[in-house]
Design a binder for this molecule. Structure first.
Ligand SMILES: NC(=O)c1ccc[n+]([C@@H]2O[C@H](COP(=O)([O-])OP(=O)(O)OC[C@H]3O[C@@H](n4cnc5c(N)ncnc54)[C@H](O)[C@@H]3O)[C@@H](O)[C@H]2O)c1
Ligand SMILES: [Zn+2]
Length: 245
């Protein structure tokens, strides 16, 4: 296996997707066949779906919350946390996962691009999103104690925009890394390369002269655009991939 050298000259941006949590027992979209209890995932993970049936949406997210809380980070998560301890501020992790496993494994410089299962916000007022680990009983929809509106998961649903502040953090890290005079590396793991803008980061990095790595179990939609492709499970590949110097 090719080795990824992480030395004092290296800046590293990592992008993870559902595949990184698969070995922890969190199903990927493909693993679920795009369905939850026979509902297309788009029906339970979109603003339209929430307007139509908030009970169903909360049942889906309460179930995912409980499931994510009951599994453990795997060696892939742990490897990324170790790389961060080594690189410090020259490391940033952008994740499309909402399961909280990176933070539980010790990652701190994390941008949760698609939100998190463990926060809730109001669908009506501007109250800030808040920590919430409650698994709401089926048949209930939590209400906002400030405005009486209904609460929703703090998740970026299909058809919704990513938080511009998150995108800015990623862009400014990539800018600092690629103008640092050092070596800028982008590594994506466990992501199918279909969902934009995440799937386009590889192209931005190449334009800026960065090095690009993909660790994935199956060929991703954008595999051909990475310089280095490592095929395998992230929980097995990541712990062996880097040489910390
Ligand atoms: N864990 C989670 O939080 C979770 C789970 C399912 C879906 N999602 C959401 O689904 C969207 C789908 O995009 P995506 O690209 O993240 O997921 P995806 O399900 O579309 O693709 C997962 C990719 O991971 C690969 N993979 C599967 N097991 C792997 C392993 N052990 N090691 C390495 N690679 C493995 C697959 O080959 C696939 O290409 C995202 O927006 C995300 O928010 C999140
Ligand atoms: Zn409110």
């Amino acid at each position: 296996m090719q080795q990824l050298i992480l030395d004092s000259n290296t800046w590293l941006l990592v992008l993870t997707g559902a595949g990184v949590s698969a070995e922890s027992g969190v199903p990927t979209f493909r693993g679920m066949d795009g369905l939850w209890e026979n509902h297309p995932v788009e029906d339970v993970a979109s603003p339209q779906g929430f307007v139509k049936d908030p009970l169903l949406v909360w049942r889906f997210y309460s179930q995912r919350r409980a499931a994510a809380a009951s599994v453990q980070p795997n060696p892939g998560h742990a490897a990324l946390a170790a790389w961060e301890r080594h690189l410090g501020d020259r490391f940033l992790l952008a994740t499309q996962n909402v399961d909280g496993l990176h933070r539980r494994a010790g990652s701190e410089r994390v941008v949760e691009m698609h939100g998190t299962l463990f926060k809730t916000r109001c669908s009506k007022c501007q109250r800030a999103p808040f920590e919430d680990t409650t698994v709401y009983p089926a048949g209930t929809v939590p209400g906002c104690r400030e405005c009486g509106g209904i609460l929703r998961p703090h998740i970026v649903w299909f058809g919704e925009y990513l938080d511009p502040a998150d995108m800015k953090k990623i862009e400014s890290f990539a800018y600092r890394g690629s103008t640092s005079g050092g070596r800028f590396v982008f590594l994506a793991a466990g992501t199918s390369g279909v969902v934009y803008p995440a799937a386009g980061i590889v192209d931005r990095v190449r334009e800026a002269g960065g090095e690009t790595w993909l660790v994935n179990l199956d060929p991703a939609e954008n595999s051909g655009r990475f310089e280095y492709n490592v095929t395998g499970k992230s929980g097995e590949v990541l712990p062996k991939l880097a040489k910390l110097m």
